[in-house]
Design a protein around this ligand. Structure first.
Ligand SMILES: Cc1cc2nc3c(=O)[nH]c(=O)nc-3n(C[C@H](O)[C@H](O)[C@H](O)COP(=O)(O)OP(=O)(O)OC[C@H]3O[C@@H](n4cnc5c(N)ncnc54)[C@H](O)[C@@H]3O)c2cc1C
Length: 400
């Protein structure tokens, strides 16, 4: 640590994980520089569910207030059978969720959440963001300082810090340099998520409700909920992928042909076929994860968010777990003198839980996508379970 000044942290990546981590680190007394590879901060259009375990932490920084009317609190989660639209289960959210889990269950546009985080970061003099600056690697000196190699445009340079946090996403370079798996080691889930934002005015009232709907079909499921005061509906159709190789290396944001996507739901209730046809722009994300890892850190270097625990989105927890990481990291740094000790404590506190979420998220696809008699049994099981037992199944995840 340099005498008489604050400790310095470098965060790789200005995604949701990197931004919330920077806020926590600044509050813990660090000077923070975020290096973001992109020359602009992208706000690609898609919704995010912010479960109570995340909204509780975001609330501490006034992020939920900043989001204001842009975040929406669905009244219920409604599970429906794709074939005929019958409701299998309805679990109240809204006030019921606040009472049960102590914080709201929200949905928001990812771009709106990023903007709210950036507004908050802008008010924090201890944080600066450098765009077009890629973290390439690092070396740790004998005094536990870390030297970070950056590439800015054509220029390579090095900066020093007391702490490096890799919040650089699924294909994390920091993770690769830690020897915990490179970009080539990510695991394709066999599913592609097609996402669209649909003008609510183009949809029937049954699809415009202030509710989250989960439709279960053979080898596919669809989630939709309203965003931005109900003016748009966010839809995510996850299908077991038939064109895996076509999408596998493309990363994300592949434009989709509505007629081809419509083919995936040809046997579904007419409402849903209407919804698929009403969307002007479908974008495809091949879904990857990694197996849980018990180690995220070495010396003064650690990982956070998707870099640490990329997961399938079927529990809607990727961003929420990054938010939990950031808080746990700050708590560990506040309670340990040496940064490497704090990072070990952070990893011990977080890796088992994040690993459980990764494992449960993988299992969820199997439960959603069954067909034939197994699907009949599942649907019956959901009806019998009812909302209270359903809510109890999420206590470990959403509760304080
Ligand atoms: C279909 C789908 C639906 C989802 N739904 C939900 C949901 O409802 N709720 C939820 O909580 N989560 C959801 N998620 C997951 C969530 O979007 C991610 O888990 C979360 O955004 C990860 O945040 P992050 O900051 O860790 O990574 P990212 O958002 O990937 O950010 C990483 C950042 O690092 C930058 N970067 C990369 N490499 C470098 C480098 N070498 N140097 C510097 N910068 C670098 C990138 O440009 C990027 O800005 C969903 C995901 C998908 C695919």
């Amino acid at each position: 640590m340099s005498m008489g000044s604050h400790r310095q942290a470098v965060v790789a990546g200005a995604g949701i994980g990197g931004l919330i981590a920077a806020l926590h680190l600044a509050r813990a007394g660090f000077d923070v520089t975020i290096h973001e590879r992109s020359p602009v901060l992208e706000e690609f259009g898609a919704g995010l569910q912010l479960s109570p375990n995340a909204s509780r932490i975001l609330g501490q920084f006034g992020i939920v207030e900043t989001l204001g009317g842009l975040a929406l609190e669905p009244e219920a989660l409604v599970v429906r059978r794709a074939r005929d639209g019958n409701t299998l289960l309805r679990m109240e959210l809204g006030d019921t969720a606040r009472r049960r889990w102590g914080a709201p269950y929200l949905v928001a546009h990812r771009g709106d959440l990023l903007r709210a985080l950036l507004d908050r970061v802008a008010q924090e003099p201890a944080i600066s963001i450098v765009l077009d600056s890629q973290v390439r690697g690092f070396a740790v000196d004998a005094d536990e300082r870390v030297r970070i190699g950056l590439k800015r445009g054509y220029v390579s340079l090095e900066v020093g810090a007391d702490l490096l946090v890799g919040a650089d996403g699924l294909r994390s370079a920091v993770r690769d340099r830690l020897g915990l798996g490179g970009p080539k080691d990510i695991v394709f889930s066999g599913n592609v998520a097609w996402r669209a934002l649909i003008d609510a005015a183009r949809l029937p009232p049954s699809l415009r409700k202030r509710e989250t709907h989960l439709w279960l079909g053979p080898r596919a499921h669809l989630v939709h909920y309203p965003l931005r005061g109900g003016t748009v509906i966010n839809a995510v159709l996850v299908v077991e992928d038939h064109r895996r190789d076509a999408l596998k290396d493309a990363g994300w944001n592949n434009p989709g042909d509505p007629s081809v996507i419509g083919f995936e739901v040809a046997d579904w209730a007419p409402e849903i076929r209407e919804m698929i046809a009403a969307a002007e722009d479908w974008r495809g994300w091949p879904l990857f994860d990694r197996p849980p890892s018990p180690r995220w850190s070495s010396g003064p270097v650690t990982l956070l968010g998707d870099a640490a625990h990329p997961m399938a989105p079927f529990l809607a927890q990727g961003a929420a777990q990054a938010v939990e990481d950031a808080q746990a990291l700050a708590v560990s740094l506040a309670t340990h003198e040496r940064i490497p000790d704090a990072l070990q404590a952070y990893e011990r506190a977080r890796a088992p839980r994040a690993g459980r979420v990764q494992t449960e998220a993988r299992k969820q696809a199997g439960f959603y996508h069954v067909r034939g008699p197994v699907a009949l049994a599942r649907d019956l099981g959901l009806r019998v379970m009812g909302p209270n037992r359903m809510a109890a199944r999420y206590d470990w995840l959403y509760g304080a």
